[in-house]
Design a protein around this ligand. Sequence first.
Ligand code: PMP
Length: 428
Amino acid sequence: MPSSSDLFDAARRVIPGGVNSPVRAFSSVGGTPPFIDRAEGAWLFDVDGNRYVDYVGSWGPMILGHAHPDVVKAVQAQAARSLSFGAPCELEIRLAEKICELVPSIEAVRMVNSGTEAAMTALRLARGHTGRDKVIKFAGNYHGHVDALLVKPGSGSLTLGLPASPGIPAGVTADTLTAEYNDLDSVAAIFEANPEDVACVMVEPVAGNMNCVPPVDGFLEGLRELCDRYGALLVFDEVMTGFRVSLGGAQGHFGVTPDVTALGKIVGGGMPVGAVGGPRAVMDGLAPTGAIYQAGTLSGNPLGMAAGLATLTAISAEGFHDRVADTTRRLCEGLEAAARRHGVPLTTQQAGAMFGIFFTDQRPITRFEHVAACNAEAFKAFFHAMLRRGVYLAPSAFEAGFVSAAHGAVELDATLEAADAAFAELAA
Ligand code: PMP
């Protein structure tokens, strides 16, 4: 088998940067990304014969662990009946019903093919529904590579130091207004200056693209109130948090109800699926019932629906989210304890089965500037020290980490043992 290094060379000849999504190239941490041969449960196996405890989980979807038998079986069974029809099929209804059951704010749902598409559709829906153009988003929140939303985004773009991107006309972002996450005053000020023009506030209810930053008390409630006062829609981008922070997503966990929800990742169980949902009265604005246009050749394709349905069914098991949240808590406590033993300043934060590690004394981390002030060199060194010891963390200090149901005592012990040695190396 060719090595990761050989494959990375070959990849860079035919794929920009050798990757199909920028952060995979290890640009911010340096080095050659391992090329993955297969994955099972909590483990990734690379082409070089190494194995890693995986805390990326394909950036969120794999909450059951890799190659979960129920999901594999559902996909295999469907594949034999064709990969796509481009015509209605029953599986679309079953997944839509399951989403409506688990997320009470959603009465109707439109399937798309990615989180980006979900955010893009949510924005168009909010604009079409209200007849207004402006959108308020937050610095450090990422909603996919949607032109109008790629203003002060998080994760990949933060890592690359690109606050926006060439190729986006200024006119397209002219109606995008940026507020500070966890700062209601900054939102209120924008509303006061634009009382009748804001279509929606779009927010990651737990910010996961500036590491992992939960909302401070009253923040989401305050957004709800401001949106109601000014006639704007509240859009939760739950692409990352949906079915992860709790079975009902961040909205279930924090008890704040948005008008529109964007979903992705877990909803497709590892297949390219996204979804937009909300009350019937809003959702029926979409074509063909309404005039707001939206479409997709592969949207609702049966393979994605089968994987999503098998995943949502398995995670609906009694106590599932308590168990993954508990594993995540033990991981965070173990990492902090190991860091303390070696005198390395470290803060961890958690929301359900997502977590963040911050190389800083500051706690809690609530603002984007707290995240930006963390020790990037320490993160880089820790990332590589862990990778060498068989632990695969997100290759960026601005990404949340993800725990799956397949992470058990064996994986946790291996991780904390690696962390102890990694922190010792950092301290030396
Ligand atoms: N919204 C959020 C909150 C995300 O975290 C992401 C991806 N990490 C997206 C949207 C975009 O999703 P996708 O990469 O599937 O287009």
